[in-house]
Design a protein around this ligand. Sequence first.
Ligand code: G3H
Ligand code: 13P
Ligand code: ZN
Length: 330
Amino acid sequence: MVSYKELGLVNTREMFAKAVTGGYAIPAYNFNNMEQLQAIIMACVETKSPVILQVSKGARDYANINLLRNMAKGATQYAHELGYDIPVVLHLDHGDSFATCKECIDNGFSSVMIDGSSLPYEKNIELTRKVVEYAHQYDVTVEGELGVLAGIEDEVSAAVSHYTHPDEVVDFVSKTGVDSLAISIGTSHGANKFTPEQCTRNEEGILIPPPLRFDILKEIEKKLPGFPIVLHGSSSVPQEYVKMINQYGGKLKDNVGIPEEQLREAAKSAVCKINIDSDGRLAMTALIRKVLAEKPEVFDPRKYLGPARDALKQMYMHKNIDVLGSANHA
Ligand code: G3H
Ligand code: 13P
Ligand code: ZN
């Protein structure tokens, strides 16, 4: 058993309480390798933002849980070395079973998500409560989910979506004892959230997708005043990176993500954790493609992963400062 406290990590409790009253959201960025982690830590230290490092099942399969845990430990030391101790959470993203959550808790994670959203309601409650009972013995915080997000992305898939029913949230939270709740109000996983046909165009010709269901969010907030709400599937799919990828031989569709203004609005409410993975993938891939296309003589990975890391860092800084509002809250 490794406690996250020995690793210099924190759980989400205090972080969320401050974010809810402060009108901002904590960034929850997924990582799978060193360059992504460096970019996240550099950006969050430079903007003085708390951060949630998210590890998916795909990440654990790819990078190994021991390595990831020690990387998170190293990340807290790296932040210190960079000159500012930011609060760092190591969080299991989309835990699919009690066994997965237990393994992560026993291996130094300070927060876990148990995603029972595709189960029948009572089964979701049962599974989530079991995880909460185990996690709370070790002061690990738990995120549950109600409602199903659309989108198909690797390990996390749901062909259909249904919005969270506000009538269920009080019952779910009180019966499970979760510390935060992920809801479905129109976001979805992956880089293909909305096709151009689903959007309208503004005066500048920019595609605007249908707005998030802020009415549902407001109703949920009314039922659970001050309770931490989580938004998954919150990448904005920056068009500059989609274009760059396609310019240098990629083949991405012309689809769009969640507009930054809508995320900013959500962050001012009880939404206190915003999950972003796909945007990091896009920025990294764009820069790697660009460098390899423009400098075909390059074969040192540092020569293309370095510029990718720089672009990632800039993007995360922008999100912390201009979108989530988490800058200067560490
Ligand atoms: O929400 C899902 C994340 O984007 C994780 O994706 O399973 O491919 O690592 P992944
Ligand atoms: P995106 O695919 O929109 O980045 O969402 C990531 C996410 O929700 C991770 O849990
Ligand atoms: Zn997610």
